[in-house]
Design a protein around this ligand. Structure first.
Ligand SMILES: Cc1ncc(COP(=O)(O)O)c(C=O)c1O
Length: 424
């Protein structure tokens, strides 16, 4: 391919569009109108109850309860499985800051460990090294387009009597050996924030099998009441409830989810195979055969600077974005998130002496993924037509064939051009 790079004023390769996100349909509109007219807008209306049982059977667990977002779901899950102030909870270094915050906000200490270089999820060996007598729980985060090694996590949990709270904010519908993500550990924590593959704008859910975990989580989100709504529970609960209007959007989204999962898996496979054939600097993360269904919040990618004649990731991604293929980069390491600078001075949860010094942590695999190797393609692109997917691959092929021109362009610009597009 010899045509002029879009970066240099040529025509972009990608002419098709990715579908817009979020998606809704006439069913939600009709249900929503009925809810608005009914005046039953708050908690535990017919749509919320129906969604909880539909989502529980989709996941393969006994209970699902809806909460205000995927941060309070983590807080309540941790407390419901028995995490107490002063306990330690292991979290991966690459995740959204909420995973770590939730641990701190229930008074526990988050112990941050490095990630697996292939999946970017928690490294089970690193987690085992971090276990102490105070370790109470572990949070495997199924990040972007890969699941955490749940065999490894479950065997650690068994060996050291740990509770497992899965952070499933990115993986509605993934399956590990045919067990639904979120229904494998002691509790699952979902986010339904707008960017997620199942969404109602903002929202979250806890999934679990155990009656006691369910009852405690319910108490925590429903101002201390037990699920019968008549008996006071034994927990100092808050109001973390969701509205009936949100449940309408979730029910509609859940009906669409299996078909979306199928399309995204097919397109992820096409892209992975296509990139393999191109043999360029970008490849898809290898799929673990134990993952029997992968829900792609994003396609997890690896960038190899050496295969790009030393071209830094940001320059490659900028050239690719100009062609219409917008790859993003991963989160910051959670221990470098700016919010942590405010923790000591402004968190209502008192500072604890033994807390890990996050700001001085530098975990090598995480640093490399964040600074150099990691890239992602967000899920709406994976719902695109076959033609769109082929165009994304053609855009990569074009940039791969013109690496020298990209390098020269940035050398001329003195490296001052904006970095690659970042998506959460
Ligand atoms: C991995 C992960 N955990 C937890 C959350 C928190 O979810 P929410 O934004 O609904 O509070 C997010 C949100 O993006 C996330 O990506």
């Amino acid at each position: 391919m010899t045509s002029k790079l879009a970066l240099l004023g040529g025509a972009p390769v990608v002419t098709e569009c990715a579908p817009s996100w979020p998606v809704s349909g006439e069913l939600e509109v009709a249900w929503m109108e009925a809810v608005v007219r009914s005046g039953q807008w708050s908690w535990l209306g017919p749509h919320e109850r129906a969604f909880c049982s539909e989502f529980a059977s989709f996941l393969g667990c006994k209970h699902v309860l809806l909460l205000a977002n995927g941060t309070v779901t983590l807080q309540c899950s941790l407390q419901a499985v028995g995490v107490k102030p002063g306990d330690e909870v292991i979290v991966p270094a690459l995740t959204w800051v909420a995973t770590l915050q939730a641990v701190l906000d229930v008074g526990a200490n988050a112990v941050v460990v490095d990630i697996d270089p292939e999946t970017y999820c928690l490294d089970v060996k690193a987690a085992e090294k971090a276990i102490t007598l105070k370790t109470k729980a572990i949070i495997p985060v199924h990040l972007y387009g890969c699941m955490c090694d749940m065999d490894g996590v479950l065997s650690l949990a068994k060996k050291y009597s740990l509770k497992v709270v899965e952070d499933v904010a990115h993986q509605h519908g993934s399956r590990w050996r045919n067990f639904g993500a979120g229904a494998i550990g002691d509790a699952g924590s979902f986010s339904f924030q707008q960017s997620k593959v199942l969404t109602c704008g903002e929202g979250g859910a806890i999934s679990c099998h155990d009656e006691q975990v369910f009852e405690t989580a319910f108490c925590l989100k429903h101002v201390g009441w037990k699920p019968d709504l008549a008996t006071p529970g034994n927990r100092y609960g808050h109001n973390y409830r969701m509205t009936e209007m949100q449940a309408v959007l979730l029910r509609g989204g859940l009906r669409r989810l299996p078909e979306h999962l199928r399309i995204r898996e097919e397109n992820a496979f096409r892209l992975a195979e296509g990139m393999k054939k191109l043999a360029g600097p970008v490849r898809a993360a290898r799929r673990d055969p134990r993952v029997t269904r992968q829900s792609y919040y994003a396609l997890t990618l690896h960038y190899d600077e050496k295969k790009a004649s030393g071209l830094p990731r940001s320059q490659y991604l900028t050239a690719l974005a100009a062609e219409g293929c917008p790859l993003g980069t991963p989160y910051l390491p959670v221990y470098r998130h700016p919010l942590l600078n405010l923790y000591d001075a402004t968190s209502p949860v008192p500072y604890r002496e033994e807390i890990q010094d996050y700001r001085s942590l530098r975990l090598p695999v995480t640093e490399n993924v964040v600074e150099k190797e990691g890239a992602i393609l967000m899920h709406p692109h994976l719902l695109g037509s076959e033609k769109y997917i082929q165009q994304l691959l053609q855009a990569m092929a074009k940039v791969n064939d013109n690496l020298k021109a990209v390098k020269n362009f940035f050398a001329r610009e003195g490296g001052s051009v904006k970095k690659g597009i970042k998506e959460e």
